[in-house]
Design a protein around this ligand. Structure first.
Ligand code: ZN
Length: 282
């Protein structure tokens, strides 16, 4: 069933667990993610980001996700991940996304506040909750340059509280030691910082760059107040591994795609266990 992102994240925020957001770029991945969630009986968010939109088109991806989510036996919400412009966010809101993200985290604080506040006004006018980022999680999403861990800007708790207050965002993505994409060195999350931000902000916090972060660190971050974790890289990796596992002699494209789709279950099972998503109360 389709549900509101706010309902999912408020329950997570109150229940001390996190809801996973998995990125999708096609129908097979969407189907694989929802099938896995049904098998595990957990709620999930489907994340549609700019690279997926470039690949498949926002409306095609959204409509496919909508049909699959509506038919699901578990709660599913559809989220615009890393909206780049007002136009993109407006298009998603208009189509019916359950939530959107606008990311101006690469800009300086005042500019991030001003631009984010504009996007919040627009999405709230359509009753759609919105996420934004303060501090900066590096790694290629919506950023002008190629970035590595040296581009990380940790979120300052006081800035985070001021940002939330001045912009009115519903969910806040924070930078506490993760990086988008593949890690070159093992990450070290600042759990004390998560706790501090959570105490200051008092609304659901989001962790980007969840793929490849050691399980004990993720568990600690969730316990400290993270309510949504974004997983992109590991979903894509599983799908690709599945496709590659099919012998070259196989000529039925459905067999190949199904192998990719089915491989996604393991990623969902592993991450949902780390996040405690089984604690969801609906
Ligand atoms: Zn992200």
């Amino acid at each position: 069933m389709r549900v509101s992102t706010s309902m999912l994240l408020e329950d997570a925020h109150n229940g001390g667990y996190a809801v996973p957001m998995y990125n999708t770029v096609n129908l097979e991945i969407t189907r694989g993610l929802v099938a896995a969630a049904e098998k595990l009986n957990i709620p999930i968010l489907l994340g549609i980001a700019y690279d997926a939109i470039e690949h498949m088109g926002m409306e095609a991806l959204y409509r496919g996700a909508d049909v699959i989510a509506r038919a699901a036996s578990v709660p599913v919400a559809i989220h615009l991940d890393h909206g780049r412009t007002y136009e993109e966010v407006a298009a998603a809101v208009k189509l019916g996304f359950d939530s959107v993200m606008i990311d101006f985290s690469f800009m300086e604080f005042g500019e991030n506040v001003a631009r984010t506040a504009e996007a919040v006004k627009m999405s709230h006018a359509m009753n759609v909750p919105i996420e934004a980022e303060i501090g900066h999680v590096p790694g290629g999403e919506n950023t002008p340059t190629i970035e590595d861990a040296s581009h990380m800007v940790y979120t300052d708790p006081k800035d985070a509280a001021e940002f939330a207050l001045r912009t009115g965002v519903d969910f806040l993505a924070v930078s506490v030691g993760t990086v988008h994409g593949v890690y070159k060195a093992e990450p070290k999350l600042n759990i004390a910082l998560v706790k501090e931000i959570n105490a200051e902000v008092g609304r659901p916090l989001v962790l980007h760059g969840g793929s490849g972060t050691p399980a004990d660190q993720v568990r600690a971050a969730v316990a400290a107040g993270i309510s949504k974790v974004n997983i992109g890289t590991n979903v894509m990796r599983a799908f690709i591994n599945g496709l590659r596992s099919v012998p070259e002699s196989v000529m039925d494209v459905r067999t190949v795609l199904r192998a990719g789709r089915d491989e996604i279950y393991n990623v969902v099972a592993e991450t949902a266990d780390m996040f405690g998503t089984q604690k969801a109360t609906y």
